[in-house]
Every structure is written in structure tokens, then in C-alpha cells.
Design a protein around this ligand. Structure first.
Ligand code: COA
Length: 203
């Protein structure tokens, strides 16, 4: 079935078509990890200022980076992720990617579990990025929609994030999906400090 979604993006049999390119949004697989790092390495400095989760890109390898790669690999195998979510939830990522027609990663979004509530649900931190060449086509919105759906399936009850206060595009995207400002903080990157806001949405 073909149907129009948002500004110029159409959906057909689970794939998205924008500017004659076919995109697929799906769970990340281990084989996507090197393509994901490649996409991150190629981002502009401005994009990296906006989005620097610390475990992407192959330029700042550290013990923390290495541990995150192991968590990402384990989280990319669905049955292992479910086991980890039960035993060691703080190791778990819920990772989704946007792949282009050559199966290159052109978008990535994740939730990282931060807290388990007494009722068994989770609180998680969100991150999202779309490759610069593919922005403004509705992919960020579709990815966000899919991530929040996945979050609900995995019993994530609260999602929060930190966004630089001059990242207006991302703030608009988050507001569109019901996130509300709940606080302010300072982000440090490459020796500089930036004003940031904390946003939250209850699912
Ligand atoms: C934020 C980001 C993920 C959006 O991805 P995208 O694929 O361009 O998003 P979409 O095309 O779905 O647009 C989403 C919303 O962003 C806003 N937006 C997109 N392009 C915009 C522009 N040129 N100017 C202002 N707002 C814009 C709009 O609100 C849009 O929703 P709408 O068209 O329904 O109004 C992308 O810009 C990105 O990767 N930025 C760098 C990394 C980053 O900042 N991540 C967030 C860190 S907290």
C-alpha cells in the first residue's frame, strides 16, 4: 500500500520514499555498526557539537567507548537485548537506524536505559541524528515515531534528553513529539561549555 506521510515522504510496504530514494527504518544489526561510525565521522563539526553521545565515531576511542560498543552489539541481537533488559538493564540500548537503498546507515536513534522503576518500567535517555544529506525529508520524524513505538513495547515509561538551547530544529522535533522542557544544564564539548535544556516525555 502506498500512502503520503509528511512533506514529500511516502510509505510503501514498510519502506519510505523521499526524493526518489528508498529508506528503511529498522532495528540496528551488528553489521550496521561500522556504517554508523562512518556516518558519524562524516558529520560536520556543527552537527557533532549538537550530537556527541561519546560512543560514536572512531576518533575518540576510550574504555568507555569500547564498553559502549559491546553494549551496542549485545543490544543489536533481539533475544540478548531482552535478557539484558531483565538482568542488566543499564547496559541496554534500544537502537534503530535509517538505511538507504544501498543499506548504508543514514540515520540513527537510540534509547539508553538509565533507571528501572519499582513497577518494572524504565526511564531512558534519547539521542537522534540524521545524515546531513538526508535531512528535511521527514526521516527524523519517522525515526522518532518508530523509536517511541519501540520504547512502549519495551516498557519504557519515561524518556528524557538533553539538547543545546540553540539547536532549534531538534527542539521543534521534540516538541512535535510531546517533549516538554523540565530543566536546564550545561553541556561540555571540546573544552567549551554550552547552555542546554533537559526535555522529558512520559509514555
Ligand atoms: C534534528 C534532526 C534529527 C532532524 O532530522 P530531519 O530528518 O531533518 O527531521 P524532519 O525532516 O523529520 O523534520 C523534523 C522537524 O524538525 C524541524 N525542522 C526540520 N528542518 C527544519 C528547518 N530547516 N528549520 C527549522 N525547523 C526544521 C521541523 O519542526 C520538522 O518538523 P515539521 O516539518 O513537521 O515541522 C537533524 O536535524 C539532525 O540530525 N541534527 C543534528 C543532530 C542533532 O541535533 N540531534 C539532536 C541532538 S539533541
Amino acid at each position: 500500500m502506498r500512502r503520503a506521510l509528511i512533506s514529500g515522504i511516502t510509505e510503501q510496504d514498510g519502506a519510505y520514499h523521499a526524493m526518489s530514494i528508498k529508506y528503511v527504518i529498522r532495528e540496528m544489526r551488528i553489521k550496521d555498526i561500522s556504517s554508523l561510525h562512518h556516518m558519524y565521522n562524516m558529520l560536520s563539526e556543527d552537527s557533532k557539537r549538537f550530537f556527541h553521545p561519546g560512543f560514536l565515531g572512531s576518533k575518540n576511542v576510550s574504555l568507555r567507548w569500547l564498553l559502549a560498543q559491546i553494549s551496542l552489539c549485545l543490544s543489536s541481537i533481539s533475544f540478548l537485548r531482552k535478557t539484558l533488559l531483565y538482568l542488566f538493564p543499564y547496559l541496554v540500548f534500544l537502537p534503530l537506524i535509517v538505511a538507504d537503498s544501498q543499506d548504508n546507515v543514514v540515520g540513527f536513534a537510540f534509547l539508553k536505559i538509565k533507571k528501572r522503576f519499582k513497577n518494572g518500567g524504565f526511564s531512558a535517555e534519547l539521542g537522534i541524528v540524521i545524515d546531513e544529506a538526508h535531512r528535511g525529508r521527514g526521516l527524523g520524524s519517522k525515526l522518532m515515531e518508530s523509536l517511541l513505538k519501540m520504547a512502549q513495547q519495551e516498557k519504557v515509561r519515561e524518556v528524557f534528553l538533553t539538547v543545546l538551547s540553540d539547536n532549534f530544529k531538534a527542539i521543534r522535533l521534540y516538541e512535535k513529539f510531546g517533549f516538554k522542557k523540565v530543566g536546564e544544564t550545561i553541556d561540555r564539548w571540546r573544552g567549551k561549555t554550552f547552555k542546554s535544556i533537559i526535555m522529558r516525555r512520559v509514555l
